[in-house]
Design a protein around this ligand. Structure first.
Ligand SMILES: [Zn+2]
Length: 372
């Protein structure tokens, strides 16, 4: 196993160097493949391909390890993908996948690194520390990956580590399936203790899970010799304002939205003029970096329409950008031309604006724009 793993480590490093040389402009992790493995999964009492669901450890008030692992894993995936990596999830929903199913996937895809994500548990409720596990005859790359990850997790959690059996702070050697049967450098992260009542409450907060994911991401980046981005810049939103419309015509709103860390969400907010409540709709990514959504025709009445665009990047802490920058207080305003009433306003028809959209000056939130 030892020589086998070393061979693959050597091979994968060779591939990484070739890929970066070939296409370094596409992202700092371009050409690198990783498998993210959220531990456990599925509901108790249900079966998945004939295997019983496995919630993992359960916190004092019922929080499931499987759910924490999936939320953290999905964000690690998003952060790595934003840097240009190709990321495969062993599971991306609440299902159970066998341990061999997880390692077979990583081996068949020949990923460069394998990261399994778990929450630890103990019969002692006071126990709470962070750590990572590698195989008993792990490669140096596995140990370095785990060590760098633990360092970042401990910087964030500040809950410390416990003594180790291989002389690397917070890293433990164990005969666990997913670190033994993977052909590439691999670690199994135990983020913190879900059995600790205080920690369980923190784990119910999405920002704690996100920050845990960010620490794992930073550990992977540092291990790979990459600079961790420090992104405090909101997404850049480029959009030609729609200033006029025809009554009863739905308005498609499109914007080019970009960010160095990638976009995690883009939303269109709209309302009829004179009303107070905004309706939001997710803008769908199309070709290039163009995001689009539609204001329904029922809103497009002679009283007019107001709208603005809001986007968040994939960095943590997330940066939020809005266009126009004064929104929602000062949104875009669309003047709506009334449709003619049959038999009474026929003379106006020839003066009607036929196009639903008129492009105005392009407005942009600059990269140095205010962080909202
Ligand atoms: Zn677990």
């Amino acid at each position: 196993m030892k020589h086998f793993e070393k061979f693959f480590s050597f091979l994968s490093i060779g591939l990484i160097i070739l890929a970066i040389t070939a296409d370094s402009s596409a992202g700092t992790l371009s050409g690198i493949k990783l498998a993210i493995d959220p531990g456990h999964g599925g509901q108790s009492g249900q079966t998945y391909n004939g295997l019983p669901g496995d919630p993992g450890a359960i916190g004092p008030t019922g929080l499931r390890e499987a759910d924490c692992a999936l939320t953290i894993g999905a964000r690690v995936r998003d952060l790595l993908t934003a840097q240009g990596a190709t990321v495969y999830m062993t599971r991306a929903s609440d299902v159970f996948v066998s341990l061999s199913g997880r390692t077979n996937l990583a081996n068949s895809l020949a990923v460069d690194r394998f990261v399994s994500i778990h929450q630890n548990a103990s019969s002692s409720q006071s126990a709470n520390y962070t750590g990572s596990h590698v195989y008993t005859s792990a490669s140096q790359n596995s140990k370095d990956l785990a060590s760098k990850t633990v360092n970042e997790l401990d910087l964030y959690h500040k809950i410390g580590v416990v003594s180790t059996n291989i002389g690397i702070r917070g890293v433990h050697a164990d005969n666990f399936h997913v670190v033994r049967e993977t052909n590439m450098p691999a670690q199994l992260v135990e983020n913190s203790f879900i059995s600790n009542p205080t920690e369980e409450q923190k784990l119910k907060n999405i920002s704690h899970l996100n920050s845990s994911a960010d620490a794992i991401f930073k550990g992977i980046m540092t291990h790979l010799g990459k600079t961790v981005p420090s992104d405090a810049v909101p997404p850049v939103i480029s959009h030609s304002a729609v200033s006029q419309a025809q009554e009863g015509s739905a308005l498609q709103i499109s914007a080019t939205i970009t960010d160095a860390s990638g976009i995690s969400s883009a939303k269109l907010y709209y309302r009829a003029r004179g009303t107070s409540v905004w309706t939001s709709v997710t803008m769908v990514k199309g070709a290039g970096e163009i995001y689009s959504a539609t204001i329904p025709s029922s809103i497009v009445t002679p009283s007019g329409v107001e709208y603005y665009i809001e986007a968040s990047d994939a960095f943590s802490p997330s940066n939020l950008g809005r266009l126009p920058s004064g929104s929602p207080v000062s949104p875009f305003i669309v003047n709506v031309t009334a449709s003619p009433k049959t038999g009474t306003l026929q003379g106006i028809v020839s003066d009607q604006t036929t196009g639903a959209k008129i492009s105005g000056a392009e407005a942009v939130i600059s990269p140095g724009g205010q962080k909202v």
